[in-house]
Design a binder for this molecule. Sequence first.
Ligand SMILES: CC(C)(COP(=O)(O)OP(=O)(O)OC[C@H]1O[C@@H](n2cnc3c(N)ncnc32)[C@H](O)[C@@H]1O)[C@@H](O)C(=O)NCCC(=O)NCCS
Ligand SMILES: Nc1ncnc2c1ncn2[C@@H]1O[C@H](COP(=O)(O)OP(=O)(O)OP(=O)(O)O)[C@@H](O)[C@H]1O
Length: 195
Amino acid sequence: MIVLGLTGSIGMGKSTTARLFADEGVPVHDADATVHRLYAGEAAPLIEAVFPGVIRDGVVDRRELGTRVIGRPEELAKLEAIVHPLVRRAEADFLARERGGGRPLVVLDVPLLFETGRAGAVDHVAVVSAGEDEQRRRVLARPGMTEETFAAVLARQTPDAEKRARAHSVIDTSRGIEAARDQVRALIAALTHKG
Ligand SMILES: CC(C)(COP(=O)(O)OP(=O)(O)OC[C@H]1O[C@@H](n2cnc3c(N)ncnc32)[C@H](O)[C@@H]1O)[C@@H](O)C(=O)NCCC(=O)NCCS
Ligand SMILES: Nc1ncnc2c1ncn2[C@@H]1O[C@H](COP(=O)(O)OP(=O)(O)OP(=O)(O)O)[C@@H](O)[C@H]1O
């Protein structure tokens, strides 16, 4: 079973591309979705203990948490120390389940694959990119996003050019969904020796 690590910087199209793999029947583990689940469950009391007042109706309020950690590296590090081990456990459980399933290929969607030093822990690294101008347009179009927040997130991420240089393959999302789908299909075929 080949484990493909799918990654990419903010707004480059990683979640959209992960769905394209799922559309092709490839099992995908989504780290962001795991974080959402954890914030409504077992991580909530752990986070409240370090960041009092961030829970609303039993669930971590991401907007509020974001104001406490984005642009504050020491605070973000405290959050990551809680969240990342739980996400890794969920990924390990996913891989253990899939290893018995006979699938040729699975995807780990990991936003911080390079930043957390895990690019060497997967068989193939695919980086999603759209170029920095398109990235900026997409991110600044999000409600509530500011130049300052964008800059603070980027400062915590390995630069896109470095990600592309270190990846085994690059998926370009700047040319629309169908062009990205073609690239995903070609990559699946290449990795599973089909087509
Ligand atoms: C700070 C939080 C609350 C903001 O939530 P929000 O819903 O507004 O944004 P979202 O999660 O969609 O992230 C937006 C962008 O920031 C990036 N980002 C998120 N966390 C981090 C981080 N720790 N380091 C660098 N970039 C990050 C994401 O990759 C994405 O590109 C949230 O990102 C969070 O809880 N982060 C810590 C957990 C984490 O590291 N998650 C990402 C990998 S699993
Ligand atoms: N192949 C594509 N063609 C056109 N638009 C795309 C493509 N992929 C993604 N987009 C658009 O880019 C934006 C960001 O995509 P997406 O949410 O998948 O990015 P992301 O990298 O997961 O973001 P983040 O890291 O911030 O969570 C969305 O508006 C999405 O519709």
